[in-house]
Every structure is written in C-alpha cells, then in structure tokens.
Design a protein around this ligand. Sequence first.
Ligand SMILES: *[C@@H]1O[C@H](CO)[C@@H](O)[C@H](O)[C@H]1NC(C)=O
Ligand SMILES: *[C@@H]1O[C@H](CO)[C@@H](O)[C@H](O)[C@H]1NC(C)=O
Length: 714
Amino acid sequence: MALLLVSLALSVGPAICFNGGSLTFTPGKRYPDGLLEMHFYYRESNRGPCGSPLNWICESGDCSYLPYTALITDEVTDQDHSNQTLWCQSEGHMTTNVTNNGPFILSDSGCCWENNVHDVGGWTLRTRVDTGQRSDTQSPNRSPVSAAVSNIRIPQNCFQNFPLMVNDPDGDVVRCKFSDANCSSCHQHPNIHIDEGSCILHRNGSLALGLHVFELMLEDYPVSDITVTDGNGVSSAKNAFNLTGNTNPTPLSQVPLHFEIQILPPVQGCVPGANKPSFLTPTPLHGEEYHAAVGHVLEITLRAQSSDNSIFDFQVSGPFNMSKTLRNEDHGVSVATLTWMPQETDLYRHVPVCFTAETLNSQSEMRCIVVVVAKSKVLSGEAEVSCGDNSISIVVKKASMEGIDQNWLQLRDPTCSLTTNETHILGTMSLNTCGTTVEDSGDFMVFKNEINSFENPNAVITRRNQVKIGFSCQYPKVASVSSHYVNHKSDYIFTESSFGTFGYSFEVFTDNSFNSQVDPNLYPVEVKLMEMLYMGIEAHSALPEVKLFVESCRATPEDNPYSTLYYDIIKDGCVLDETVKVYSSDSTKYDFEIQAFKFTGGFDEVYISCSVILCAEGSPNSRCAQGCLQQPSRKRRRDVNQETARHYITQGPLRVLRQTQHSAEENGGSVHVSASTGVFAGLFVVSIVVLVGLLVYNAKKTRALDRMRLLSAF
Ligand SMILES: *[C@@H]1O[C@H](CO)[C@@H](O)[C@H](O)[C@H]1NC(C)=O
Ligand SMILES: *[C@@H]1O[C@H](CO)[C@@H](O)[C@H](O)[C@H]1NC(C)=O
C-alpha cells in the first residue's frame, strides 16, 4: 500500500520534465548473517529547474524493505549556466543492506519526458540486481557504468555516430540495448540503430529537428561461463555472451541509461573548432580510465577552443562534490578544472564522468571517462617521465609504492618488462614499442603507456588492479615528430630485466654496402618492381656479448604485422624468399637484400615486419643458437637470462612503382618486365592462380615466376 502511495504522490506532483537518468550499483562488505551492503548511485536530469529526486521502488524479488531502510542523499551536481535554467542534473546515493535471496528489480517511473519528436510520454528506469556470489571473482557482481550529460545538442547534418562510454568494473562484456524485456512500451528510436557491442548509436535515416528520446539498458555478461550462488546455496549458471549462439543468456545485471539528444538546425560543415568547440590537450579522451585515491584530490583539466571566443561553460555529469572552476585563455580557449576528493565509501567505485564544452549555439562532442577509486597508498607512486625525440623513459621511486611487488609490474605490452636497481623501477621504450599508443588530441600527438600490476595468482582477491601508473609524452603537431613517426619508424627501444634497455634500428639503405640509409624524410621509400631493396636490422645494447637473431620477416600491404594479406620472407629462422641475400657482418647486425615486389589488388605500399630476439652470446640452448627450424617446437621454454622476448619491428611504407621500360633496361631486367603494362597486368592475374600450387609443392621455379608468390592473396 505504501508503495502505491509513493508512486501516486509522484505522478500527481508538479510536472517536472524528465530528461534522462542512469544508475549503477556497487556491493560493499558482506556481513556474517549474509546481508550485503549495497550502494546505488543514480543520476537524474530535469528540463527546467532542479526537480524532485528519484524514488526507487521494489518491483520484484526480495527487496520490498529496500525503500524504507535505505539511507538516501541527493545533491545537484551541475545545472544550466546560460541564465535560461534549461536543465539540471543531480546524483543520488542510496545505501542499504540487502538480503541474498536471488535477483530483484528496482524501478522508478514517471509520466513525462519533455515534449519530443516521437511523443514519448512516460519513462521507467529499471535495474536488475543479483546479490549472489560470482564463482569467478568470489564477490557479488558490480554493474556496468555509464552516464550522459543533461543537454546534448547536435546539428541535424552532423549526427553520424554517437559513441557512448561503458565500463565494467568486473571486466565483463557489456551490451547496450534499446529498452528491456520487461518493458512493453519502451521507446526504440526508428532512425537510429545501436551497435549493441560497441554502444555506438548510428544514424539510419533522417532525424527531425527537436528532442529525441533514448531509453537504453546496459547488460553485463561474464567472459566465460560462471555460476552465481545466493545465500540459500542456490546456484544459477551465467553463460558467457556468444554472438553466434542461439542461446539467449541472462545478464548478470541490467542498468538503465536514458537521455535526450536535441537535433539542431543544420550548420555549414561539422568541423570541430570552426562550427563547434574542439577539445584540446590535456582533455581526457573518450573512454579513458582515470585513477583516484581516497582522501586525495583528483584534478581533471578540460580545455576547448571555439573560433569565436564564445565558450561560456563546460557541462559535466559527474559525482557528488565534484567542483568545477572556469578560466579563459587567449585565442578562444577555455579551461575547466574539475576537482574531486573520493571518500572512504567511494573505494573501488568506477565513477563515470561525461562532459561537453558549451557555446550558446553549439556544443563540442560529448566525452566520457571513468574514474577508478583505489586506496591512497597504492597510487602515490612517484614517477618521473622524460620525453626524448623518439623515446619515453619512466623512473618510479620504489619507496613511494610500499607493498607493491615489482615482479608483478608490466607495461601495456607484457613482453616488455621493467628493470630495477635498489631504489628505482626503470623503463625506457620508444614511441612505437611496448604497447605505447598514439592519440591525436587536437593540437598535440600524445603517446601513452602505463605500468600495471598484474595479478598474483596466489592472492585471494578480486581482479582489481593494485597499481596503474599512466604516463605520456606529447609532441606539438606542428613539429616534425608526428609526421616523422608516421612515415618512418624510428628506433625501437625495449626494457627487459636481464638485458636492461636495448633497441633495434631497422633501415632501408641505398646500396649493398649498407652504409648510407635512406633519409627518413624521403619515406615512403619509392622502389621499382624487380629492383633490389637493401634493408638492415641492427641491435643496440649496452651489454657487450649479445647476438641478434631475426626469426621472421613478413611483408604486409598495411602497417599491421597481423594483416590477413601477407607474404613470408623469413619464417622460423629460415629464409623462404629466394631473392634474399643476407650480408651478416657482425653478431648485432642483419643486413639483407630482396627484390622489390608488391601485392596485387590495388595495394601500392609494402611494410616489412620482423620478429627479433637478442641472446647472450654463446648460449647453446637459446633460440639464436637453433637457427632455422623447419618444425619449430612450440613448447620451448625461454630462459629469460639467455634471451629476450620476441619483439616485432616494422619498417615502411615502401611504395612500389611499376617498372618502366627504360629503367628495366637500365637494370638489365628480364623480358617479362619490359613487356607492356597490359601483359604485365595479365601476369598478375595468372600469378594468383599459380600461387596455391607453388605453396603446396614448394616448387623451385625460375626467378621471375617465383616473384609471383608475392602476389599472394590469403
Ligand atoms: C561533500 O563535501 C562536503 C564538504 O566538503 C562533505 O561534508 C560531504 O561529506 C561530502 N559528501 C560526499 C558524499 O562526499
Ligand atoms: C637507480 O636509478 C635511478 C635512475 O636512473 C638513479 O637516480 C638512482 O640513483 C639509481 N639507484 C642506485 C642505487 O643505483
């Protein structure tokens, strides 16, 4: 009866227009009697002045006590500053101890979305919570997290894709759907399609001017099959999400994400910076994970530019007590500093923060990040980063990371470990190694990596990371670094515990003396078909007795060694291409020549990627000592003191030009090559047919025919 009154009271209250809402939940400690502390965090947006907070009711399952026992606080987190009182967002916290008698559903509903183009009237926010113990984490499930700002505005001609951010604290697979199974009348947008896996909205037809309503539901599924066991010992299977399977597994949880997008009249061009504010460094990128510590202030800087100096605010959907200060710089640049100090109750929370830069007539893209709250001690690691021309070095003081086992630290690419001396943890990597990513942040190119602790398999803990030290180097786009980086791969630098910091260079040379390398500014290197190409790999190490081993080299038409289209030049230490001639002068160099070739199918560029290993000289069991292996043993154990991990280095692009008759003669080329283009094209076609046989029989053919293997199409 009381529940009924609550909802009645809501529906007859003042007509406050609902404008969006979301909810996430995080379990806290479990008491000996089986009760579980549960924290619900919900955001609510209103059109107009700040309105009445949500009132969650128990819809089904064992939760009828919940609205009466919960401790609820609610606070406005951001509102319209354009003097028009257009919108208001607040965040509510609801904390209570819940029973462990199977899943339950909480919901809140109301009559009125703001007037919108599809006349969607009522709304229902609904969440499905399971309090049982997961067999994989030995903890209750945590819901996916997401959010959106209150007032999203996009010109009609600029709406293509709208990426939402989703993050799952348990590392589960998250699916985004329009509405949920329990809701018969939920609104599915007719002209916008949602990619359920990536949570990107795609325009799929015309969009009328005005407000469009989105009623989404986020669901999480485990990455592998697990069970969830409630307090009565009843286990239910939760299957991994499988796109191809016919089965429709039940999610671990469901949480709502409702919002509106206002479609504005079309504008001329949709370029950020010109018609709408563009974000500048160091604004976080969409989807980034930030880390904060209990009792320590987290500061996030948002920076945006608009051509007409008109940014008046940044709209923020953030947690309770996040404050915002604004200031202006020259050239229409505005900066917002968000500060937030997580409390003890925020420990282990994943907190979504979304933001936009606002002018009266336009809005930047919406970006969202997630802030992960950890214990303070772990995160206070003192690191120093130095940015070189093409390398990043990081030095972390061990004393500042008490309790962290340095043997459990790694860079993004786990084949790159770190070295240590008595007092510090050290790592050096180049801009293109060890998992370093490059991002275009508007005015800078930003290269990022991070030091992570991975799990100690003996510790009885969940999958929470204990340490994560992100670091980055940024280079102004106007300087040559970015174009240099894109066109010519500069040196590769790695760090490994037994070998320290070492590097590889991979260069194209002008002739077979391998003395003069092709100028990096001349990339992509232009070569003519059938001409010889001179390439050299060199290892650089401070250790005196090391040997370089080139295990494989593969050509690909794109800058990706895992491209589906490839041609193996060297494999398992064996040279496969018959035009290759190796000139090895000393143990740290590998110079070779190969006749130029290209891929069929309209690809003009070729990249060469090689996997390389450094070994201690004279180590009889190392991979280097084994050389060419026709049948490589897959189970060989690497002795980390004798050899490094396998690292991949790439050079390119080589732009392969068709041979002209003139240069063919110069080259003393074969008759095939000096044939007309028409015949040449014919040869290409034939070669694809020939390919399969060649591979199967590994037949030795004439040199000219052999080149046809290059024209492979896997
Ligand atoms: C918000 O900040 C105030 C004052 O700084 C503090 O008293 C309050 O506990 C904070 N609330 C939360 C939920 O962190
Ligand atoms: C460890 O390396 C760091 C950085 O190179 C250096 O500053 C420090 O003095 C070294 N400590 C010892 C004990 O060698």
